[in-house]
Design a protein around this ligand. Structure first.
Ligand code: 5GP
Length: 174
């Protein structure tokens, strides 16, 4: 069994997501924008982020990747299991990611979507988890910086459990 310890409260999440939306809107004022969420982990973050936007002009898509390796760490061998459907050519794009850990997933997605020739491509990560970083990735918008810990809630799972929880919790294995 495992215990859950709250590390980010629902209130802190609401405040931070609102701030991120505000900053992004300011940076992309008057420019069409495409957000690409990474499934499944970023589904709640994406939903809350876009509901804080005031703009009328926004396109949304999702990508799903599978990464081979142990259950809590990616090996670097990444495949897309659900690709985007929107055209990205000439558009301003932001990838919306739940957690950047080793950085391998986001590195792969940046390279993959660059092939679609977007005008620009940036990354918005709810959590920047530093300890296991393998690739030096520039994250343009970051919600929270944490050193380590396996996190669940707010879209994030542990063996498909806990995605629905309103805060972010560290899994303490007993
Ligand atoms: P990376 O390729 O940066 O190592 O891994 C990114 C992906 O691994 C995240 O999108 C997420 O799906 C998963 N991941 C990394 N750390 C955690 C964590 O603490 N909890 C959960 N639930 N998933 C994580």
């Amino acid at each position: 069994m495992e215990e859950l310890k709250e590390v980010i409260s629902p209130k802190e999440l609401r405040r931070k997501v609102k701030d991120l939306a505000k900053t992004i809107e300011k940076d992309y004022a008057g420019k069409p924008l495409v957000l690409i969420g990474t499934l499944k982990g970023a589904f709640i973050f994406m939903a809350d982020l876009v509901r804080n936007f005031k703009r009328k002009d926004l396109e949304i898509d999702f990508v799903r990747v599978k990464s081979y390796g142990s259950s809590d760490s990616s090996s670097g061998e990444i495949v897309i299991t659900k690709d985007i459907e929107l055209a990205l050519e000439g558009k301003e794009v932001i990838i919306v990611e739940d957690i950047v850990d080793t950085g391998l997933t986001i590195d792969f997605l940046l390279k993959h979507f660059s092939l679609h020739k977007p005008k620009s491509i940036k990354v918005c990560a709810l959590i920047d988890k530093k300890e296991r970083r393998k690739v030096d990735i520039k994250l343009d918008y970051v919600g929270f910086v944490l050193e380590k810990g396996f996190l669940v809630g707010y879209g994030l799972d542990y063996a498909e459990k806990y995605r629905h929880l309103p805060g972010i919790y560290e899994v303490i294995k007993k």
